[in-house]
Design a protein. Sequence first.
Length: 62
Amino acid sequence: MYIIVIALAIIGGVSTLLVGLSKENQKENPNYMRKTRKNLTKLLIIYLASIIAFIAIWLIFK
């Protein structure tokens, strides 16, 4: 169980770094600031899906 959690954390961390260091992300995007609410909603959905997936995996392997 711990291996799954650690693997997911590492994959998430590496993915975040890759997105943050991408060439497209280094360009300033004026639309990003205009869509703050939409961006936060997308992040919230991703976090909720991750938590639900973690709970499901935890219950399966319990």
